[in-house]
Design a protein around this ligand. Sequence first.
Ligand SMILES: CC(C)(COP(=O)(O)OP(=O)(O)OC[C@H]1O[C@@H](n2cnc3c(N)ncnc32)[C@H](O)[C@@H]1OP(=O)(O)O)[C@@H](O)C(=O)NCCC(=O)NCCS
Ligand SMILES: [Zn+2]
Length: 190
Amino acid sequence: MFGLKPNEEVEPLTTCKICGLNYDSELSEDRAEHRKFHAKTMRALRPRPLARFRRLLNATGDPVEVKLGSGQWRHDEIYLRAKMFKREFGYDFPQWSPFGDETPDARGFLFNDDTGTFGHGAIAGACAFRWREFADSAPRWAMDWVWLAPDVRRKGLLSRQWALFQERFGSFYLQPPVSPAMQQFAIKHG
Ligand SMILES: CC(C)(COP(=O)(O)OP(=O)(O)OC[C@H]1O[C@@H](n2cnc3c(N)ncnc32)[C@H](O)[C@@H]1OP(=O)(O)O)[C@@H](O)C(=O)NCCC(=O)NCCS
Ligand SMILES: [Zn+2]
């Protein structure tokens, strides 16, 4: 390392226990970057009710669909959850475009918090479907990913939406790798 004397220790980075970011707490630009990243993460982990999401719920019902041509803020909300999913499972990149330019087949869904944890109008999580072609079977819809805030998990939220997804996407495929929780979910729902 440049400028280090023998035996001199490198100042270890701080890891935020909540958002998981590694940063140098001695550097003001690192602290500023952490504040921004932390606030964004909290919007996904502890969402607050949003007036514009509540208005959409009234107009379209729960879940709220997001696709090519939807307002940018809906894409931002899906993208944030795609990033949380990526981070939780250590994948290389988020499976949603941040630019509102998703492929025409992509269908995202934002879930209302109907568990009473964060309140009506809070975005509890999201999922995405895509049309998939297979080498050895007929093309069909696939659920690409699904991510709920930890505090609303195991409260029946996805179960309550399952029939709607089945109606809409038929006997859709679950895009692997399927998490242990989702495997148990799939067993329960046949
Ligand atoms: C997996 C996930 C989408 C399930 O949604 P959910 O709303 O929490 O699921 P539900 O409460 O409707 O669960 C229904 C059933 O699924 C099974 N299940 C769900 N989560 C489980 C878990 N963590 N461990 C074991 N079984 C689980 C159970 O059989 C459950 O029924 P029960 O609670 O009566 O035992 C959600 O927990 C989540 O976002 N997890 C983290 C991300 C993830 O794993 N995504 C899937 C990637 S393939
Ligand atoms: Zn943090």
